[in-house]
Design a binder for this molecule. Structure first.
Ligand SMILES: [Zn+2]
Length: 344
């Protein structure tokens, strides 16, 4: 089974898919508490909006996401604050916590992503013949000269096209033109090359959220546009299923929501609520979702990558349990013990 993972930054799933979210009580409240350091109103947080803005729910904003949900599953995901994009995507795409990858800000200063391989790299490590592809509007995810990147560059695999990485360059209309560029490139690669695992990231919804807030028509229009982008990406792989008999897992995820007035970063339910939408496109119409995606009632951000890898059948390598992998220790400067077994 191949993987197409689509990342839609800053998408409020309760606005994009109001029916399915209302039908699942696990979407109502976070499944784990937030660290008080990242609570709304804590020192350093943005001041509250005055007066509060209400969000109008408009049906039918995301017909493609709805169709994927109808034939798949919408799993509630609860983000662990801080709900900024850097920590969010680092956790979602590598299967590690903030403490493990040390990404707490969008600046990525002091990150440990070098030891936290992304989902595509984990596919490659499981089988070095694997072909992978990433395309993104946000350079921090894919640019080796940016603050990240979250997706490992793997230059050895880029030679010969085994690993392909594309980042947007056309920001003449902000993220709108950049997202179009990413989708145009991604649909070509997906349709003609069918990588074993692909990640495509779009930022237009988040940009609209910051510009106008989640309660705005601007935001709703950005959701409609993102949904149409997803339709193009799904179309690219669906043709391969039809013509080549391939089996694809399509997954869609976000890193946070947006407040009605715009913004995120702290612990409000509207910004912590995320989702993993999974849908299998297979020549066998009776092929259901793999078991790792049917059982968990909810996921946390760092559990998304492990769930996807388990669904694909990708297993991590291991060492004998008594070997403490990666530990750095020095010997004390005490001189020789004179135990001749160790004198060489
Ligand atoms: Zn974000």
């Amino acid at each position: 089974m191949k993987l197409l993972l689509v990342g839609l930054d800053g998408l409020r799933v309760d606005l994009a898919l109001p029916g399915p979210v209302a039908a699942d009580p696990a979407f109502a409240a976070p499944d784990h508490p937030a660290d008080p350091r990242f609570a709304a109103g804590s020192p350093g947080s943005a001041p509250p909006a005055d007066p509060p803005v209400s969000v109008e729910v408009v049906d039918g904003l995301a017909p493609t996401l709805q169709r994927l949900t109808d034939g798949g599953r919408l799993v509630p995901v609860w983000m662990t604050p801080p709900t900024d994009s850097g920590p969010g995507w680092s956790s979602l795409l590598t299967g590690t916590t903030h403490e493990q990858n040390n990404v707490w800000w969008n600046e990525f200063v002091g990150h440990r992503l070098g030891g936290c391989p992304d989902v595509l790299s984990q596919v490659f490590f499981a089988n070095p013949r694997a072909r992978t592809f990433a395309a993104a509007t946000w350079s921090a995810l894919v640019d080796p000269n940016g603050p990240g990147p979250v997706i490992h560059t793997r230059p050895d695999q880029q030679v010969g096209g085994q690993h392909r990485v594309m980042r947007a360059t056309d920001f003449s209309e902000g993220c709108r033109s950049a997202d179009r560029q990413v989708v145009a490139h991604a649909t070509q690669v997906l349709n003609h090359e069918g990588p074993d695992a692909a990640f495509v990231y779009l930022e237009g919804v988040d940009e609209a959220g910051h510009r106008s807030g989640a309660a705005s028509e601007d935001y709703r229009e950005a959701v409609r546009t993102a949904d149409e982008h997803v339709r193009f990406l799904v179309k690219a792989v669906a043709e391969r299923v039809e013509r080549l008999g391939e089996d694809w897992l399509v997954a869609v995820v976000t890193d946070h929501g947006h407040k009605p007035e715009g913004g995120h970063g702290e612990d409000e339910v509207d910004v912590r609520r995320s989702f993993l939408l999974v849908h299998r496109i297979s020549p066998d119409p009776d092929a259901g979702l793999p078991a790792p995606l049917t059982t968990p009632p909810t996921l946390r951000s760092h559990e998304v990558t492990p769930a996807l890898l388990a669904a694909l059948g990708v297993r991590a390598g291991s060492w004998t349990p008594d070997h403490e992998v990666g530990a750095v220790r020095d010997v004390e400067p005490l001189g020789p013990t004179r135990d001749l077994r160790f004198e060489w």
